[in-house]
Design a protein around this ligand. Sequence first.
Ligand SMILES: Nc1ncnc2c1ncn2[C@@H]1O[C@H](COP(=O)(O)OP(=O)(O)OP(=O)(O)O)[C@@H](O)[C@H]1O
Length: 292
Amino acid sequence: MNPCIELRGVRCTLGGRTVLDIDRLVVGEGERVALVGHNGAGKSTLLRVLSGFTRPTAGQVSVLGVRLDTRLPPARLRALRGEAGQVLQGLHLVPRLSALENVLIGSLGRVTGWRSWVRRYPAHEVEGARAALARVGMLDQASMRTDGLSGGERQKVAIARVLVQAPRLILADEPTAALDPAAAQEICRVLGTAAGDATLVAVVHNTALLPLLADRVIGLRQGRVVFDLPQAQVDEVQLAALYGSGPANGACGRSDDPLVSARRSPDEIESRRWRQRTCTQTAASAGHSPCH
Ligand SMILES: Nc1ncnc2c1ncn2[C@@H]1O[C@H](COP(=O)(O)OP(=O)(O)OP(=O)(O)O)[C@@H](O)[C@H]1O
């Protein structure tokens, strides 16, 4: 299996603290990997490193054959992000635009010149966006504004937007955050099916969802890999050890749980603000304001 992701001796120091410390990690093309671990374990930091938003302090990172530990020309980074789609948690759709228009934003990397400035998309891109909405079961809601959709429906639109990129790699950060259990299961099934042959790396908080999304599970604790196992071999004992005294299954400190939010350290709160700023910048660079 060809490697899609390769990390060697990667360390990330943020705010004077080492928040990621990974000796070696290889993810092959087409693998489905879930990242699990307590709040602040470094899961999102790892995703940011893989998407080129955070450059590691030390070590080598290669994603789809592109080295991300060195400064890349913006055009090269944009090209990579075109091949590595991201599904973030609920902060990334443009509320006043329809589901179809939001999905079309995923094709902006291919639309050039005046068409991209005025968002006039070629007919084949519109067809592609409609096909992506159909794949996630949202074609009937194509013309609805996304602020009128439910959380689960919005997440399906976000998945459809990634699909129009025809990505070779999908990075999903808590794709089921803030969804009820039934919607969370549905989103995992939709994402798992829609990902097709692409490599998938997803942060998963509810470990009951792992069988729907992953064939390999990586447990992170304080920025280090504490286990890296086939999904079928991950059991209650490993999860209990990973989460310490926290629950071993189900709501493992979901980020949207108000009790968990109340326990967050100032660092974690700052990390969330950082992520929100990243989303805002991403939306702004596409000429839009993000959803909140
Ligand atoms: N820009 C930053 N400056 C300082 N510290 C940061 C920054 N970004 C993240 N951190 C810290 O890095 C650690 C890992 O954060 P990260 O968001 O990766 O954790 P996580 O496992 O995704 O957590 P959660 O499950 O709460 O989303 C946290 O302790 C966080 O406070």
